[in-house]
Design a protein around this ligand. Structure first.
Ligand code: AHR
Length: 503
């Protein structure tokens, strides 16, 4: 261990952006056990529920202050026909979810989703069907959800028990239209987007956020075409307010890449591939800048997270995986990256919320387990809607297969109550790191409160039998002298310190 600490400074930025709380969003798809069992257990379940929606899950999501949930997919969105999921549940069609090869009862449909969002206290983000749908079908869905009573479809909604509009503000026009959502070319989709968006009327005072399908990973051409054809100011200013990006660390059902079996090489592989998000966001944002210097259009990373081989014993098409502190690092690195690009990245959704890929919650029948990433979202709550602060210093760079990533990634912000929060993601699996953190603007007499996520072993995970192996705990192994905090970060940890005035 080097005895010379790494010196970092946290200071106010000129024209600092607000960190949109929507970057801490979740994604729920009709995939595996995400919706059925994860959210929906039905009114007659022995699992405590409110109108069929499980209460333990709602409570855990409320605790991390989930700002929004994207639904119903994913690839499923471009195969979903909303009329299948409305009206009396007993009369809804039972069918196959051909996207993921599982039965679909349609018990969880539009109004159940809105009910779920209202129980969680978050905003709904609908992803509409372009791939196998029509413009008429999509605009009808919006009328059903958002129009005040007095139109055929809003009256139908009222007849289904919900007279008041759902007030959906975020609307995705297709999912991966370059892939499972229709295999389109960027040029073709751009025209489709404009056609669909034209008919997505606003039923509210404020305009609907129409979100265009953006690139997968490093498809710069897709971003270029979408910005040129739909993003330039000569178009109706409200036609596209967001463009998506999908990036999975190790994406796409990798063979033999296990969530809980790895060595230091596997650890470093994941750190480097997780930090790749920074290169992608930078480059896509540069392209967006060319057409939208005022940053009117948000980059919305509406699918991100780790993707491993499905957990042994689970069905491969359920994409169920466990999580370790390695994935807490993936989450922290990714969120720190979004904070660093907060001027452009204004919404994001981790994939996926429950029982699939990079989930914050796992359920085992009536039991619920909070994953290491749940603890990261919990730690990061003070960043929601706070003003970003600059973090400067000569951060050492690690390398894996020519892919650089920071030895420690740091984000800082100041909340409305003037408290300052710094979050640190320490990527080294073996060595501690001494740090001194100067915050020249810190008022006298503040207290520093720390939390840290570590694990007894790198491969440890939380299970129903041992739900708290990887968790956050109070952390006070630092000293605060004047404006400077000094500490030694243990290997492989995510830490946060909040500085607030004594009451
Ligand atoms: O999250 C799993 C799948 O990954 C989504 O359905 C799709 O959008 C992406 O390819």
């Amino acid at each position: 261990m080097s005895s010379t600490p790494l010196h970092l400074t946290v200071s106010a930025e000129a024209a600092a952006p607000q960190i949109s709380r929507h970057i801490f969003g979740q994604f729920a798809e009709h995939l595996g056990r995400c919706v059925y069992e994860g959210i929906w257990v039905g009114e007659n379940s022995s699992i405590p529920n409110v109108r069929g929606i499980r209460s333990d899950v709602v409570a855990a999501l409320r605790e991390i202050q989930v700002p929004n949930v994207r639904w119903p997919g994913g690839c499923f969105a471009d195969a979903y026909h909303w009329r299948d999921g409305i009206g009396p549940r007993a009369q809804r069609p039972r069918m196959m979810n051909d996207t993921w090869g599982i039965p679909e009862t349609n018990e969880f449909g539009s109004l159940e989703f809105i009910d779920f969002c209202e129980q969680v206290g978050c905003e709904p983000v609908i992803c509409g069907n372009v791939g196998s749908g029509t413009v008429q079908e999509m605009r009808d869905w919006l009328e059903y959800l958002n129009a005040p009573v007095g139109r055929p479809l809003s009256d139908l909604r009222a007849a289904h028990g919900r007279p008041e509009p759902a007030r959906v503000r975020y609307w995705g026009v297709g999912n991966e239209s370059w892939g499972c959502g229709g295999n389109m070319r960027a040029e073709y989709y751009a025209d489709e987007f404009r056609r669909y968006a034209t008919y997505l009327g606003g039923y509210m005072k404020e305009p609907l956020h129409r979100i265009g399908c953006g690139p997968g990973v490093d498809d710069w051409h897709w971003t270029e075409v979408m910005m040129r054809e739909c993003g330039a100011p000569r178009f109706h200013p409200e036609i596209m307010s967001g463009l998506t990006l999908h990036y999975y660390m190790n994406g796409g059902c990798p063979p033999e890449f296990w969530a809980t079996r790895f060595d230091h090489q596997g650890w470093n592989h994941v750190m480097a591939h997780a930090w790749e998000i920074d290169r992608l966001v930078r480059r896509h944002a540069e392209i967006m800048d060319k057409y939208d210097a005022k940053k009117r259009i948000a980059l919305i990373v509406d699918e991100w997270g780790s993707w491993y081989t499905a957990e042994p014993g689970s069905r491969p098409n359920e994409l169920f995986q466990q999580q370790t502190v390695r994935d807490a690092l993936v989450a922290a690195l990714t969120l720190n990256c979004f904070i660093a690009h907060a001027d452009r990245v204004r919404m994001a959704n981790v994939a996926q919320m429950i029982n699939v890929l990079h989930s914050v919650i796992l359920t085992y029948g009536e039991k619920i387990v909070l994953t290491p990433s749940w603890h990261v979202f919990h730690l990061y709550r003070p960043h929601q809607n706070a003003t970003r602060l600059a973090v400067t210093g000569d951060i050492p760079v690690s390398n894996f297969s020519d892919m650089p990533y920071p030895r420690v990634s740091v984000a800082a912000s100041q909340a409305a109550d003037q408290s300052i929060t710094v979050t640190l993601a320490h990527t080294d699996p073996a060595e501690p790191l001494a740090i001194s953190l100067a915050i020249p603007g810190l008022p006298g007499g503040v207290t520093a409160t720390g939390r840290i996520i570590t694990a007894p072993e790198l491969t440890a995970c939380n299970t129903p039998e041992q739900p708290n192996r990887v968790t956050a705990r109070d952390w006070s192994s630092f000293s605060l002298l004047g404006h400077t905090l000094t500490t030694t970060l243990p290997p492989a940890c995510v830490a946060s310190v909040t500085f607030s005035s004594r009451k």
